[in-house]
Design a protein around this ligand. Structure first.
Ligand SMILES: *Cc1c(COP(=O)(O)O)cnc(C)c1O
Length: 383
């Protein structure tokens, strides 16, 4: 079956008890045992819950993986996936990654004896150069945040296999509708379901998918033991979001494409970063490993931070807020907001300059978004 059919039907059969066409919210902490010796599939909701199970199987199917696990947040999913690495081992991560993942590598893992080296996101040979005998895992995010650089998933999967190490991909920015890293050879996929999978800016969640049963067991045991599980109601909200993932992603992309092309022609704009534009340095790779370019657009303004301040003050439809992937358009300054916790040197190393603007393009009418953006861009900034 095709993607949108799986999103609506699989893992979500009508409720056998009532016939309800939506999976019920099983708001229960515990389940009756059959006897002292025998218990059913569900016995305590930290270990397993029917609503969570429906979400976990649907996400696994959409990523074309065998096992899905849902978490209370994207960072909880990240932390769980990273349990495949043990103290004394080493990670090679992309340079341009989500700030919260960087915080996990530096503030949580390093003191526990797991070190991380950062490679240039777009250069396979840079990852190769960072590998040591202690390396256990390559961790990438593609397209990256905020510069929307790509990592070559097939090439890195081949490199990882050759060196006997694992490849994990944070697939939050594209969702499985536009990119399925397991099909490209990755071992683990991680999501912040807060973003496109939930899709409505009303829930925090995360997920891990793998097809390897040993990896699944390690991560599942951590989920059960550390307990960062999502509530049944949150699972239900994400399941509801998943059913419209295809149509939302197509619209996010159409609107993002429209604005990216417009911005590229605009005199106030220094540079646009969008993998769908032929000017993107990795546009060819984008066509090979993605089936669409997503709804995120980053651009650099000519006027530096003052121009950024003017734009966000003037813009109306785009809400000034962290996060992404919801139906409403959001605007953010990566330097001040999403990566604001990093030191200036760290931001410089990541080429996250003060003049960047990141848009999460929503599902509003493209002409309304265009008018709002043009109005805010031309507001008196001298180009
Ligand atoms: C938001 C985000 C995360 C973290 O997810 P939370 O749900 O906020 O914990 C991880 N990776 C990427 C790429 C993200 O955008």
């Amino acid at each position: 079956m095709k993607f949108e059919t799986l999103a609506i039907h699989d893992g979500q059969a009508p409720d056998p008890y009532t016939g309800s066409v939506t999976v019920p919210v099983y708001q229960a902490s515990t389940f009756e045992r059959e006897s002292l010796e025998h218990r059913g599939e569900f016995f305590y909701s930290r270990i397993g819950n029917p609503t969570r199970k429906a979400l976990e199987s649907t996400i696994a199917l959409l990523e074309n993986g065998r096992y899905g696990l849902a978490f209370a947040s994207g960072v909880a999913a990240t932390m769980a996936a990273l349990q495949v690495v043990k103290p004394g081992e080493h990670i090679v991560a992309s340079n341009d990654i989500y700030g919260g993942s960087y915080r996990i590598f530096e503030q949580l893992l390093r003191p526990w004896g797991v070190s991380t080296t950062y490679a240039a996101s777009e250069a396979t040979e840079s990852y190769e150069a960072c590998i040591t005998p202690a390396t256990k895992l390559i961790w990438i995010e593609t397209p990256s945040n905020p510069l929307l650089q790509l990592s070559d998933v097939r090439a890195l999967a081949a490199l990882a296999k050759e060196r006997g190490i694992l490849l994990a991909v944070d697939n939050t920015f594209l969702s499985p509708y536009f990119q399925r890293p397991l099909e490209l050879g990755a071992d683990i996929v991680v999501h912040s379901t807060t973003k496109y999978l939930g899709g409505h800016s009303d829930v925090i969640g995360g997920a891990v998918v793998t097809s390897d049963s040993a990896l699944h067991t390690t991560i599942k045991n951590y989920q059960a033991a550390a307990g960062a599980i999502p509530a049944p109601w949150d699972c239900w909200l994400i399941l509801r979001g998943l059913k419209t993932l295809k149509i939302r992603m197509k619209e996010h992309e159409a609107n993002a494409f429209h604005l990216a092309a417009l911005l590229e022609q605009h005199p106030a704009v220094e540079r646009v970063f969008y993998p769908g534009l032929p000017s993107h340095p990795q546009h060819e790779l984008a066509k090979q490993q993605m089936s669409g370019y997503g709804g995120m657009v980053t651009f650099a303004l000519k006027g530096g931070l003052p121009a950024v301040e003017q734009l966000v003050a003037k813009i109306k439809l785009f809400v000034l807020a962290d996060s992404l992937g919801g139906v409403e358009s959001l605007i953010a300054s990566p330097a001040i907001m999403t990566l604001g916790a990093l030191s200036k040197e760290e931001r410089q190393r990541r080429k996250c300059t003060d003049n960047l603007i990141r848009l999460s393009v929503g599902l509003e009418n493209a002409e309304d978004l265009e008018a709002d953006l043009l109005n805010a861009l031309t507001c008196g900034y001298d180009t």
